[in-house]
Design a protein. Structure first.
Length: 67
């Protein structure tokens, strides 16, 4: 099992890889500034999409990132 510090480091690397340095920092500051319930947000994130549609979007995104 990974430590909290290892998870933080990996999460920060993932944010920077995905968003870049500046937008990763903006994202962190947004999360810190306002109360944010990730679980509630996640429940409503893809309400209108089927599992197949979500999977298709994920594969398209992955293919764009690896091209």
């Amino acid at each position: 099992m990974r430590t909290e510090n290892e998870i933080r480091k990996e999460g920060l690397k993932a944010l920077i890889h995905s968003l870049g340095d500046v937008d990763a920092e903006k994202f962190i500051s947004l999360i810190i500034k306002e109360p944010f319930d990730y679980t509630r947000w996640q429940k409503n994130l893809w309400n209108d999409d089927s599992v197949e549609e979500i999977s298709e979007k994920a594969m398209e995104y992955r293919n764009k990132r690896t091209s």
